[in-house]
Design a protein around this ligand. Structure first.
Ligand SMILES: [Ca+2]
Ligand SMILES: [Ca+2]
Length: 203
């Protein structure tokens, strides 16, 4: 059994994940076994990923957001999440370093992956975030950020951009680090639900 390569993590990948996340060798090995149990192919498909989100937001439509999150985690763009991408996702959503999280947030907002964020891309992501907020909760949002358009406008104005300007990765990270309010606006407000779900899956 111990020599069965298909069910063991390669040494290389293990070292890579140990140095890039806060997880121990024992944790990684255990999660790998449960990952394989749930995904015998060793990969999570986009549909499976969307299913996880759908099960947790029965009163909203998380499909678009789940698709964007999936894209941002699928770093080799092969349309699936392998174990490495899955672990990095876990790490980022449950307490990675701020800089890593902001690099990930940039990737999330850079929908076409061309290295800059346009106003359209901000609107696209903000709209997908709004789709996850139940209508009743949307009523409690502050007046100047209670529609996707207003919220996107607020973010765009913070960066002091004209409509056709672009935000670079450096500008984005610096801007969000300098202003907690912008950090709040670019995020989905209740990431805890997803975190809990991911944690559950680890056990
Ligand atoms: Ca992938
Ligand atoms: Ca872009």
């Amino acid at each position: 059994m111990g020599n069965n390569k298909s069910s063991a993590l390669s040494k290389e990948l293990l070292e890579d994940l140990k140095s890039n996340t806060k997880y121990s060798e024992a944790e990684l090995c255990t999660w790998y076994q449960s990952f394989l149990k749930e995904c015998p192919t060793g990969k999570i498909s986009k549909e499976q990923f969307e299913g996880i989100y759908a099960s947790f937001f029965p009163n909203a439509d998380p499909t678009a957001y789940a698709r964007h999150v999936f894209r941002s985690f699928d770093t080799n763009s092969d349309g699936t999440l392998d174990f490495k991408e899955y672990i990095v996702a876990l790490h980022l959503t449950s307490g990675g370093k701020t800089l890593q999280k902001l690099e990930w947030a940039f990737a999330l907002y850079d929908v076409d992956g061309n290295g800059t964020i346009s106003k359209n891309e901000v609107q696209e992501i903000v709209r997908s975030i709004f789709n996850m907020i139940p209508t009743d909760d949307q009523k409690n949002l502050p007046e100047d950020e209670n529609t996707p358009e207003k919220r996107a406008e607020k973010i765009w104005e913070f960066f002091g951009k004209k409509d056709n300007d672009k935000i670079s990765e450096g500008e984005f990270i610096q801007g969000v680090m300098d202003n907690k309010d912008i950090l709040r606006l670019i995020q989905y407000d209740e990431p805890q639900k997803i975190k809990d779900k991911l944690k559950e899956k680890k056990q």
